[in-house]
Design a protein around this ligand. Structure first.
Ligand code: PPE
Length: 304
């Protein structure tokens, strides 16, 4: 991670190295935090945050799901992020907002603790490699099951949820793959550890619905809009593992992962084993949209 000058914490801009927390903070012990991953890109009109409103609204929803009173509104968080990027003179960057139960009392009821709010931003390149964006990546269907709303709410981007994701990711890497794909407790396809998944078959595009315990991805929503504008139909439906193996094309979406093709799953080559034409068409438009090069999607960008 390449440090920047300031981190915003509870309404103040602190020097990067001074944005610390007490080791007995509740969130550190019990995973009682909620976060977002947002990106900003360098556009012809200056730095722009991609779908800021949707990300900060989802942060509020995540807080609500885990019974946390959000200490700042979506609008306040958006304004603080704009100021942070200005102060850090950042062009293209990754933004990490976080609310967590802080220092006060340990014990399982977090409610007695203050809620701390943080926003950090730094330059973060491609998540699954530059080559992955172009040539596609190799995935493993995980032995870990995607968490389920009877266990931990999958629609909250809660810090606790990410042990599930991390275990799947570590297993995939240990087995020589780039990334994992998780099935849910019903055995249907859910998503990647930090990405939504899309299947292209006979020109039709499908992706699992949130009821299959996939996060309501903002990149996925953008990819769906773009695909529909390109004339494709996109269906949200449950998918079984076999449908991944027999897909013509597969791709992941996510703020960090952007739009990454998948070329192999568990030893099966997907389609021609390279980025497919539908994936490329959506990817090209997505990259134009985030970089402010396609006016149709200008309202997705908040200029800094
Ligand atoms: N599913 C999960 C579980 C997930 O964490 C993400 C984002 C997505 C889907 C895609 O959602 P969206 O970013 O709204 O399109 N994962 C974030 C964290 C990644 C990390 O390694 O940290 C991200 O992409 O920022």
């Amino acid at each position: 991670m390449k440090p920047t000058t300031y981190i915003w914490k509870n309404g103040e801009f602190l020097p990067w190295a001074e944005a610390t927390t007490h080791v007995l903070s509740h969130g550190l012990h019990y995973g009682t935090g909620v976060f977002e991953g947002v990106r900003a890109y360098d556009t012809p009109k200056g730095t722009a945050i991609f779908r800021a409103k949707e990300h900060f609204d989802r942060l509020g929803d995540s807080a609500k799901i885990i019974m946390m009173k959000a200490p700042f509104t979506s609008e306040q968080m958006q304004a603080a992020t704009v100021e942070l990027l200005q102060k850090n003179k950042l062009k293209s960057c990754y933004i990490r907002p976080l609310f967590y139960f802080g220092y006060g009392e340990l014990g399982l009821n977090p409610g007695t603790n203050p809620v701390d709010a943080v926003i950090a931003a730094w330059e973060w390149g491609s998540y699954l490699g530059e080559e992955g964006l172009e040539k596609g990546i190799r995935c493993k269907v995980s032995s870990w099951t995607r968490l389920d709303s009877r266990i931990i709410p999958p629609l909250a981007k809660s810090t606790a949820n990410y042990l599930n994701s991390g275990l799947a990711k570590m297993e995939a890497i240990d087995c020589g793959y780039d990334e994992a794909i998780l099935l849910n407790a019903n055995g249907t396809v859910s998503e990647g550890p930090g990405e939504n998944i899309f299947v292209v078959k006979n020109g039709k595009i499908s992706t699992p619905p949130t009821s299959d315990c996939a996060l309501a991805g903002i990149t996925a929503d953008s990819a769906i809009k773009i695909a529909e504008d390109l004339g494709y139909t996109v269906e949200k439906r449950s998918l079984i593992r076999d449908e991944l193996f027999t897909a013509d094309e597969l791709f992941f979406t996510g703020t960090a992962a952007e739009l990454t093709p998948i070329r192999e799953i568990d030893g099966r080559i997907i389609g021609d084993g390279k980025r497919g034409s539908v994936t490329k068409a959506i990817q090209d438009t997505y990259f134009a949209a985030i970089k402010g090069q396609d006016e149709r999607y200008a309202d997705w960008l908040t200029l800094v």
